[in-house]
Design a protein around this ligand. Structure first.
Ligand code: RIB
Length: 315
């Protein structure tokens, strides 16, 4: 098992589950409330740790009760959090989440301490870059920090995986330094201008990213699965059919599963199939961390029919 470094966010998540997501100016009475850990970086790191990966998480928290909760969680999950940083002048990140009856969500994030992570913090953690074979990041930390991490990981010979969430434009010269980019539909649209709503448009967006130098682009499409485009081929990977209760964190579960599988020596096709199962499993429960599977959960899931059909090469 090769070493994985996840750099990213931790957010406490406050979720209202109801019939629908409020429109601007509207108050909607929900049916359920859930408070629990989140943040794309933390969710992805915990996914890898639960699956048995060798992962270190680098993030910045405030000095408040939410940070205390995070530390207890990381210890409980066996996640290497020795390199966590704290900023007493910032609050720990927070996400406010609405989930509708179909399990779809809308999320607002107050990044707090996540946005205090600096390039100097990365330089102070030099050894993490030289020891890690994979770097996995998202976009809930400042973009200059993400760019700096890409440079450091490449200098150390690591594979760079960027989950460009929440979506924002990425400088072309950094796009060309990414080994694997994993946007969802809306993120792919913001990065390329192609409105992604089906397989042909997902392939088109991924081709544009390939033309900008991304080595492998995986566009995730929820229940429609995902597509892979690289220099030599295009393929569609279906997703297992499940009853979705809360899709929050499904992308994080997918990304964590993907990088875990690569670090375990699987091929990219095998890793996408595995990640699809991890993502599908995660939407069957409320909250993010409670829905993240361990290997035994996935084995049971497969025995009960939660397998993925073979991928289909489109090229
Ligand atoms: O991807 C889901 C996550 O996005 C939530 O946990 C929330 O905190 C936001 O970061």
């Amino acid at each position: 098992m090769q070493k994985i470094l996840v750099i990213g966010s931790y957010n406490v998540g406050l979720t209202v589950l109801g019939s629908r997501i409020p429109r601007p100016g509207e108050t909607v009475l929900g049916d359920r409330f859930d408070m629990g850990p989140g943040g794309k970086g933390s969710n992805q790191a915990i996914t890898i740790a639960r699956l048995g990966g060798d992962v270190t998480f680098l993030a910045k928290l405030g000095r408040d009760i939410f940070a205390d909760d995070a530390l207890r969680l990381f210890e409980h999950e066996g996640l290497d959090a020795k390199h966590l940083l704290f900023d007493p002048e910032a609050h720990t990140g927070a996400g406010i989440i609405f989930v509708n009856a179909e399990g779809q969500n809308a999320i607002g994030v107050a990044p707090g301490a996540n946005y205090r992570l600096s390039t100097a913090d990365l330089d102070a953690a030099e050894a993490l870059f030289t020891q890690s074979r994979y770097l996995l990041m998202q976009l809930e930390t400042p973009l200059p920090v993400v760019y700096h991490a890409i440079e450091k990981a490449r200098a150390a010979g690591a594979t760079v995986i960027l989950n460009p969430a929440p979506a924002q434009p990425i400088e072309p010269r950094y796009l060309a330094k990414i080994d694997i980019l994993t946007p969802n539909e809306t993120e792919a649209e913001i990065l390329t201008g192609v409105a992604v709503n089906d397989l042909p448009t997902a392939f088109e967006a991924a081709r544009r990213l390939r033309d900008q130098g991304v080595k492998q682009t995986i566009v995730t499409l929820g229940e429609k699965g995902s597509v892979l485009v690289d220099a030599t081929r295009e393929a569609h990977f279906p997703a297992p059919k499940v009853r979705s209760v809360d899709t929050t964190g499904a992308g994080d579960a997918f990304n964590g599963g993907l990088v875990y599988a690569l670090a375990a020596g699987r091929t990219i096709d095998e890793a996408i199939g595995f990640a699809s199962r991890v993502g599908a499993y995660s939407v069957m429960s409320v909250g993010v961390v409670p829905g993240l599977p361990r290997q035994a959960d996935l084995e049971r899931f497969e025995r009960e029919g939660g397998h993925v059909g073979a991928h289909v090469d489109a090229s």
